[in-house]
Design a protein around this ligand. Structure first.
Ligand code: BG6
Length: 510
């Protein structure tokens, strides 16, 4: 039985057996004309409806500046679903979904538009039976978060009425440093109760990320070696082959470390390094994540153990691509990082002295996210000299994407008359072991928002701690010179290789 106050083991046991279906509710998307909405949110809504996980009267309201009628909005959703949905298109599902679709035109400082939104919600409550339950999804540039939240308060849209709920869903980055994140947290908590605030880190919605906990805590064979006695170091990589696309306005000034390390990679680090929680109740899980994030220490010399860089014009996969500073909408003198690598350590008994290397970048060799736990070499090798020349360290690699699964690398005898040992791998692939394809991260997270399940959403303390880790690095970079360079399509700058070589290690080529 769980020792966590508030956890209800009977209810939890029931939940696991019953499909998790959202009750009467609706979703309002601010910034509905953006990329995220078209590629991820609209398809996720459809996929949930298609899987029968949304209530029959579910309503979707788009809010943006475009001069659209409801029909134009529905057409955009239709096209987005056709192009990006994970599950097949079914006309009857679509016809039901479209009943609850509305569009509200306006700016974020337009009081009249927020009054129209209020009236639209009331109309949908009547027509669709949404019961006053609404989630407001802020898929807008961070500078607009405060305004939208204030407007929701001013127009009574955030009022929690007896028997219904209002929730805020906030996209990352949550602030651009500790001070701004604290300010934003204060502002949001002034409008919505803490348990109705859902900060999105979509990596936590990925099946493979949730599997880190299953792998570690549902098995006996990994945990005993998951510590400084056996682990040499850990590499967490999130590489993308794409550039910044049409996101210059968002990306410039933010950069790779704020865009990815502060959230996705530090969350991956927390899940990889934390202690076992007493249960998966949010309080227990968050407590362990906070403990490990608090124990993170930066290297003394940030010049030697961090690297930031920008991609340069090159040929990538047979295509000529622009350098970052030549991209549309980017200041040619921009010092924004498109690549960042940092070394961290964790001050506790389990991890003392084990480096965690985190790296991320745009326009790298290929798209891959993985966590590689690299083990120490055997203390003694009773082989003839040369027999183990091609033996690397044992490694356990959690392949977050693509090609989701887990790989174990170890040494094996090469067939033949002599004793020669070489690295081989053993693989688990999701696609081969399970017939059902994994839901998209946004599908899972949107459903959780509608169910009020906050387990996969970072709490404000986690967000603030992550900024505490990143802020000194960003300050150091701002004061010290310019980013290094790397040709598009490569695995990053030479400086990043040197950073690991200094420690006698090298980056994996995933
Ligand atoms: C987002 C970042 O959080 O994650 C983007 O803002 C990045 O810059 C994206 O491209 C990558 O997500 P995924 O799920 O494709 O790894």
């Amino acid at each position: 039985m769980s020792a966590v106050p508030g956890a209800n083991p009977l209810r939890d046991a029931q939940d696991r057996r019953l499909p998790r279906i959202a009750g009467p509710s609706g979703l309002v998307i601010f910034g509905v004309t953006g990329d995220l909405s078209r590629k991820k949110l609209m398809p996720a809504v459809y996929d949930l409806a298609n899987r029968g996980l949304l209530p029959p009267g579910f309503s979707l309201i788009g809010f943006a500046r475009r001069d659209w009628e409801d029909e134009d909005f529905a057409q955009v959703v239709h096209d987005a679903v056709k192009e990006h949905a994970r599950t097949p298109f079914r006309e009857e599902v679509w016809q039901q979904l479209i009943q609850g679709m509305r569009f509200v035109q306006g700016n974020f400082d337009d009081d009249e538009a927020f009054e129209t939104l209020k009236a639209t919600i009331q109309e949908l409550d009547q027509a669709q039976g949404t019961g006053g339950n609404y989630a407001f999804y802020l898929s807008v540039p961070p500078k607009f978060f405060p305004k939208v939240v204030q407007q929701l308060k001013k127009h009574g849209l955030a009022d929690q009425k007896e028997g219904s709920w209002r929730r805020a869903v906030i996209e990352k980055p949550f602030g651009h440093d500790l001070a701004s994140a604290q300010e934003l947290n204060q502002l949001v908590h002034d409008v919505f109760p803490p348990n109705e605030v859902f900060r999105i880190d979509h990596y936590l919605g990925k099946e493979t990320v949730q599997n880190i906990l299953a792998l570690r805590f549902a098995n006996t064979m990994f945990e005993p070696i998951w510590n400084r006695s056996y682990v040499d170091h850990v590499q967490i990589t999130m590489a993308e082959d794409i550039g910044i696309g049409g996101r210059a306005g968002y990306y410039d000034g933010i950069g790779a470390a704020r865009d990815v390390i502060q959230n996705h990679l530090l969350q991956l680090l927390a899940l990889t390094a934390m202690e076992e929680p007493g249960s998966f109740h949010p309080k227990a899980l968050v407590a362990e994540k906070l403990k490990v994030l608090t124990a993170v220490e930066l290297p003394e010399d940030l010049g030697l153990h961090t690297v930031r860089a920008q991609y340069e014009h090159a040929w990538q996969g047979g295509q000529e691509v622009l350098g970052y500073c030549e991209e549309d909408g980017i200041d040619p003198k921009s010092t924004t990082d498109t690549y960042a690598a940092i070394k961290l350590t964790i001050n506790n008994r389990r991890w003392a002295g084990v480096p965690f290397y985190l790296r991320t970048g745009k326009r790298l060799g290929r798209r891959v996210t993985e966590i590689a736990v690299v083990f120490k070499r055997a203390p003694y090798l009773p082989f003839e000299s040369g027999a183990t020349e091609e033996l690397g360290g044992n490694a356990l690699v959690i392949r977050v994407q693509p090609d989701e699964g887990v790989t174990v690398r170890f040494g094996s005898k090469v067939p033949g008359t002599s004793m020669e040992v070489r690295d081989v791998t053993m693989d688990f692939a999701y696609g081969e072991s399970f017939t059902e394809s994994s839901p998209e991260a946004y599908e899972r997270l949107l459903l959780d928002v509608l169910l009020g399940d906050a387990n996969l959403f970072p709490r404000h303390q986690e967000v603030e701690l992550s900024w505490t880790i990143l802020d000194p690095i960003e300050e150091y970079w701002a004061e010290h010179g310019k980013p290094a360079k790397y040709p598009a399509g490569t695995w990053g700058p030479a400086e990043a290789d040197e950073m690991l070589a200094r420690d006698g290690r090298s980056w994996r080529r995933p």
